[in-house]
Write a protein that binds this ligand. Sequence first.
Ligand SMILES: [Ca+2]
Ligand SMILES: [Ca+2]
Ligand SMILES: [Ca+2]
Ligand SMILES: [Ca+2]
Length: 496
Amino acid sequence: MVAMRIATLLLMSLAAGACGLEGEIFTPLTDRGHVLLPGAQDTVLTGRVDVALAGATTRAVRADGESLGGTTSVSDDQGVFSLRFPGVLSARGALVVAERGAQAVFGLVPELPAQPSVFHEERWIALAEVHPVLAELGVESSTVALLVLRAAHLNGVAVGALSGDAILDAMDQALALMATPGSSGAMVATAVATLQQAASATTQGDSPWDLQSLSGGSVLRAEWLANELVDLDGDGVQDADSAKLDEALDEAAAELNLSVCYVPDRIKVVFQVELGADLKDGNCATLDPYKWAADTPASRVFFTGGVHSDSPICDEGGQEGCLQTDEIEPTDQLLGAWEPNLVPMWDDGTHGDGVAGDGIWTFEVELPYWDPSTSASGAGLRIGYKYTLGMPGQGWTSTEEWPGNKRILEIVDRNSDGIVVRRDAFGDEASNKDKANALKPSAGGCGTNAWASEPVAGCGADTEERMVDTDGDCLADSWPDPGPVVPLIQACDEAD
Ligand SMILES: [Ca+2]
Ligand SMILES: [Ca+2]
Ligand SMILES: [Ca+2]
Ligand SMILES: [Ca+2]
């Protein structure tokens, strides 16, 4: 992103004064004496698949299985392929996937840097020079990729949040682990080889791998395994689902030491608010999101809020575990400073939004952080906020969730994944609304909402990151998915 911005700036500055440039650099690209700059030159990734997979179609995907862009390529009879990417593209922890029939092998590419400028030549990157295991995509490179993806997952980060060096280091460790006889890493490698063999012999047309779930969850598709006689763990019993491989992956990946340290004093906070039909409120009753806000076609969802007056504020003199006085105003500004219809939320798959058009609107923000459990006050950063549905610049009336009261939230990373994710339903007055809270007494409702870190007898508290119901039974069962948002991390030595 940064490199892309630099390239754009460069284009802009050159477009302004480009006439003075030496003509021969861009001879074919002049227009009335003004230089027309070309776009950044492509990056070309070249590699080889196991020759048994010659003719495989190769492509690049992100760790979540989505396409990275770029071209696809059919490997030649030596297994050689090359993939071409726009020079502005940068990616960490991308996968090169080679597929032929039911066979699929992977290679984890630690880093694909964007071209530094439009003046750089087309750049070729040979996978063999990136890491020895990438010299040939096959069982070994697939196993390494699976282990590193799983290790990142166990650490609560997307592999793309790691530095290129951290990914390379993890690949070294994975390779060493799978070379240790009897280790869980070796078992994963054996299972991958067994699958590869089954895939080369099957009449099924697609591969056993669930590309969307390689980073965590069940890596193999049960419907594929059900049609084969595959024994993943060598116990002589057919495995009709992914469990044995997933368990071995968990065990092996836990042995990898990723250099991941969260930034200690800042945190990503993700607000996700659902707006649509068939929503339930905190009482499990049907929710009318338009009780106060007008359902106007051109409206969109906005976020606003600010630092809550119950926040612990530091005294002069280097205190920690509280908000510094000079952080109050910038934090207010980040949250919209109680200006309605100013800070947009997104439901188009950008700005941290997971899925475009699913009715879940997202606002991602980076806030000051300290761990309340180790702070003198025992309290975290406390904020008030509210959602509005309106046009940019519109006032409160007929756009806010409800008049008067606000939602309250204490910034605590409850599930230790380095992100605070708060999922709400638009207009839910039985949630973290501070006063005139509609939560039923049987569910702990008492008309107000007490901070979870300062409980009030007889009152429930809904003031933190919390689990949500994903299967419609009104019982919270899962932590909300942070989508594409990754934690703020830094090299571990910086954190010492
Ligand atoms: Ca078995
Ligand atoms: Ca969405
Ligand atoms: Ca969290
Ligand atoms: Ca549930």
